[in-house]
Design a protein around this ligand. Sequence first.
Ligand code: PLP
Length: 398
Amino acid sequence: MPLATGRSYLAIPGPSVSPDRVLNAMHRTAPNIYEGEIIDVTRTVVADLKRVALTGQNVAIYIANGHGAWEAAICNMFSRGDRALLAATGRFGFGWAETARKMGIEVDILDFGKSGPADPARIAEALRADTDHEIRAVLVTHVDTASSARNDIAAIRAAIDSAGHPALLAVDAIASLGCDELRMDEWGIDVIIGASQKGLMIPPGLGFIWFSDKALAVSQQSGLVTPYWDWKPRAVGAEFWQYFGGTAPTHHLYGLREALTMILDEEGLENTWDRHRRLANAIWAAFDAWGKGTGIALNIPDPSARGWSVTAATIPNGGAGALRKWLETEAGVTLGIGLGMAQPTEPSYADFLRVAHMGHVNAHMTLGVLATMEAGMQALGIPHGPGALEAAAAAILR
Ligand SMILES: *Cc1c(COP(=O)(O)O)cnc(C)c1O
């Protein structure tokens, strides 16, 4: 009989696990959206969203997923025919570029492959070549959720500055916000994109854009912006409805209020990052042990270029697909599919998987996933090196 009965664990990189406290906060009747409590709750949510991105500048909330926030960022930053430079480090950058192109932006893509971060020197070189300063913004994914590569955002800012280029720096931090160190003002980021269902631990449905005063000034000239996606009234709405372009996402705001309290006031933002770092270390240590002489491998060889919220890996000969299936049906754990590494029609598609360690995840959940994976490898006869669980236990303490 399968061992799946019990609380199941969705360990895919979004939606992440929502704390019961967050779900309970959402489980209530709708408030009046014209006056009273929800207006005060929103005021504190806006202030705390700035704390979570470490900025004193602006934030806009959208009823949207990450794709909606991508589109919102593009229409506020650009006019039709403008140019952008995008650094791709996996799959999500290409998705954002596609959105921008369909909106009439000319996107120059620097493709850094799927197994490492962007090289800031190549970004600087591309900007130096743009002597007329036609490039309006540099677009980059902080942590690409498909490859699990993490970019050095401060180094990319320094590269833009070294080229003496005025382009905005816009960062998709959907997979990393609340998990990986991210400092908007200190690192000179102009635009950050986030979504509710990853590190912020609430169900899908909210997109966020943090934007600098410089980006706000640029957006005054944007020819693409439409009323619903305009970030200006959302950041400084004279009336409450303007923050949301209509009815507020009432229940999500209560959930977000609870999640921000947990991150900022109870655990502490830096402790939240550090928990993710340690969980990631445990996962990487297990994969390193499994990989001895077996072909099992992490996607990103350099540990300093790996995101702390999601890990992409290979288990060859279809092992990843078989293991995912075993975990889901026999053990109650769902791992992420390998995304963007091979087409679903190619046999090698079953060689890739992702383990999420994003948001409301602790040591026993992560060590439990690893031990369950080890059991699955035994059950399925997948060759794996010894000592993974001891290595993970030691690593999680560091
Ligand atoms: C999840 C994700 C997206 C897409 O978000 P949706 O809510 O699915 O639209 C975009 N970028 C990154 C880095 C992500 O992790």
